[in-house]
Design a protein around this ligand. Structure first.
Ligand SMILES: Nc1ncnc2c1ncn2[C@@H]1O[C@H](COP(=O)(O)OP(=O)(O)O)[C@@H](O)[C@H]1O
Ligand SMILES: Cc1ncc(COP(=O)(O)O)c(N)n1
Length: 266
């Protein structure tokens, strides 16, 4: 049985985030990766030097080509850039009946470059979020989507409840941006209870693409038919290993090591 996952996201020329991180992660987890590119970024470990969006028509055509021939066992979205592209992606997801959908609501690159237009946040909330099986905001994204200022774990739980009410069935509020403490804690809410995925916080600047890698690993595990909670557990272990064994390339915020989980395990 060959499991297939489709990523709908932006291209990162530096290879650490976006489509490139997603395809590497799918491959490492034994899933055949396919892609629909929403925007091409000129990017490296130092930052984003340019953003060149594709038309919504070009995005739809790529998705149609995949759906018409190969099909997808799970779908992941990343950088979507505009409201137009978001609406198109939502239409396509509904049209093809894709239920195992991971929405990583990418908004801003770690260096501060916007990857989603401000006016597109409403479309993300209204059109795409209700279709998500799993949504994986980091803390600033959870704040932008809910309007809650997140300082404490209670704030995070409240944000998760709101995102669930907006229609996402499993909400993961990631803890990479919470700099306090020895641990990073990703909080998962399924509509009735919370669970916590904890790992040792690694002191490193090589975290470019961690969010993409984490969400792609969830999609890969969902493609194999795994339960969302088990998929999140594997994704946390995968990204932890990828951060713990950095490659040390590039002059800025380097990429994670996508083959670390296979080579070294957790
Ligand atoms: N320094 C770190 N040490 C260990 N895990 C981390 C670290 N930074 C991020 N992570 C993990 O990487 C994943 C992505 O987190 P985060 O940085 O919050 O997302 P994003 O890349 O979208 O900003 C989460 O599972 C988080 O717990
Ligand atoms: C094309 C593209 N997509 C997404 C990100 C976010 O990366 P991160 O996973 O570090 O939040 C990025 N920098 N570039």
């Amino acid at each position: 049985m060959v499991y297939k996952a489709l990523t709908i996201a932006g291209s990162d020329s530096g290879g650490g985030a976006g489509i490139q991180a997603d395809l590497k992660t799918f491959q490492e987890l034994g899933v055949f990766g396919m892609s629909a590119i929403t925007a091409v970024t000129a990017q490296n470990t130092l930052g984003v030097q340019g953003v060149f969006p594709l038309s919504a028509e070009a995005v739809a055509a790529q998705i149609e080509s995949v759906a018409a021939d190969l099909g997808a066992d799970a779908v992941k979205t990343g950088m979507l850039f505009s409201a137009d592209i978001i609406r198109t992606v939502a239409e396509q997801v509904k049209k093809h009946g894709w239920e195992r959908l991971v929405v990583d609501p990418v908004m801003i690159a770690k260096g501060g470059a916007p990857l989603l237009q401000e006016e597109a946040v409403a479309a993300l909330k209204e059109e795409l979020l209700p279709l998500a099986l799993v949504i994986t905001p980091n803390i600033p994204e959870a704040e932008a989507l809910t309007g809650i200022v997140i300082r404490t774990m209670d704030d995070r739980r409240e944000a998760a409840r709101r995102l669930h009410r907006m229609g996402a069935r499993y909400v993961v509020v990631k803890g990479g941006h919470d700099d306090d403490g020895e641990e990073t804690v990703d909080l998962l809410y399924n509509g009735s209870e919370f669970s916590y995925f904890k790992s040792k916080r690694i002191d490193t600047r090589h975290t470019h693409g961690t969010g993409c890698t984490f969400a792609a690993a969830i999609a890969a595990e969902l493609a194999k038919g795994r339960h969302p909670v088990d998929a999140v557990a594997t994704a946390k272990a995968f990204v932890q290993s990828a951060i713990a064994h950095p490659l040390g390339i590039g002059q800025g915020h380097g990429p994670t090591n996508h083959w670390a989980y296979r080579q070294y395990g957790e």
